[in-house]
Design a protein around this ligand. Sequence first.
Ligand SMILES: Nc1ncnc2c1ncn2[C@@H]1O[C@H](COP(=O)(O)OP(=O)(O)O)[C@@H](O)[C@H]1O
Ligand SMILES: [Mg+2]
Length: 489
Amino acid sequence: MSQSFGKRTALKNAQKVTPSGSEKAESSDAATRPSVNQPVHMTRAQDAPSRQARVAATEAPQNAADYIELKKEIFGALIESINISELGLLDLQAARREVGGVVSEILSVKRAVLSSSEQAELTEEICNDVLGYGPLEPLLARDDISDIMVNGTNLIYIEVKGKVQQTNIRFRDNEQLLNICQRIVSQVGRRLDESSPICDARLPDGSRVNVIAPPLAIDGPSLTIRRFKKDKLTLNELVSFGSITPEGSEILKIIGRVRCNVLISGGTGSGKTTLLNCLTKYVDSDERIVTCEDSAELQLQQPHVVRLETRPANVEGTGQVTMRDLVKNCLRMRPERIIVGEVRGPEAFDLLQAMNTGHDGSMGTLHANTPREALSRLGAMITMGGFDLPSQTIQEMAVSSIDVIVQAARLRDGSRRITHITEVLGMEGDVPILQDIFVYKMQGEDESGRIIGQHQSTGIGRPAFWDRARYFGEENRLSRALEASTAPT
Ligand SMILES: Nc1ncnc2c1ncn2[C@@H]1O[C@H](COP(=O)(O)OP(=O)(O)O)[C@@H](O)[C@H]1O
Ligand SMILES: [Mg+2]
């Protein structure tokens, strides 16, 4: 069996347009096929005669089915005759000209009669397939979409304003979808094939992509795209969405500034990274910050920032740089604060150590549904990382390192809320003592299903980070914000 889906797909397509047996043999002969390493122009020039021979002369398309068939044939011939990965290196205009040239050549060989507008449309669609992301292009062009989820060729969902909805976008067939997946992962130097059917990648705009192909994905290739927002939401915007009140946001600003060690906890897509990004905005501009992320999402405004990114293993399975490698290394970089995009594994230990050894104001996000669960998950990550420490010691370490846990949630109506600002005070026996200082109280829902609730402080006038706030001259601001959001009794 062929090693890679992409090449097998291209071959299949090419064989469809092969008119006779002898030429079929020629087209499947590796010697006449363009090498992946040849530059586009060379490949074209050398391949031109055999391409012409391969393409059968057919009538002009009569209807939509013919058009699709024609497009498929041209697409197959094109894939066979030009070097797609080299094409990707050209700028978009040049690549389009290149594709346009080949398409019109193929059309004239096929003696297909198309009006110039039909030909332009065909070229555009083929360009989208070859250079862009095919049927996904219109979705990628919208900036109100936060996630795109492709479950095989016929079921494509998007998330808009927190709500998941089905689209009417379709892929022509599995091959088209696989080709697009292949192009996406090739941008990070990977290939999808039988031996590696799972791949994480990134679009040029920073969006994160996960692809899982058959046979692991039973109903066809599955593609998940988390769109990257260039303009991250600000705390003021979160206030205007009702995710937090002005007073709550004031408390968060103070927490960000006065060097509390913070964990941001929440489910997938609940707004953890957004919130972390917001908090970093209030870090004083003379602090040296090192950020560690799986893919750089944070947008720090300060001048003195070093950004680090993990690296997955390459095709040979080597060269991996883990989050733990980065966090350990960053301790030798004389950081004042360490920011970890997402804590998932044993790096939890190094982050806690950093928090404990003079890098206060360090922050990270973590996947958990409540502040208490965030603490226990942190402990579990360390235990599973193989550290030979009693769980009580790990718990104590977490409790003494972390000052504040901020909980984000995506509610069932699709809205995102900051539901807790909680302090970690200490241990009582083997149970961590947590103290909520600001919470979201859900009260019900209105007739359209929107959740009604209220943010309020819990009446704690002097949180444990009061002394820090005073040190930074923020104690009055803190007490005003707490007082203003105390629920009337
Ligand atoms: N409070 C909010 N209100 C509306 N949209 C939000 C809010 N917080 C985050 N988002 C949006 O939700 C999506 C997921 O946010 P993100 O911070 O990446 O989540 P997480 O890191 O928890 O997976 C992004 O598109 C982001 O812009
Ligand atoms: Mg995130």
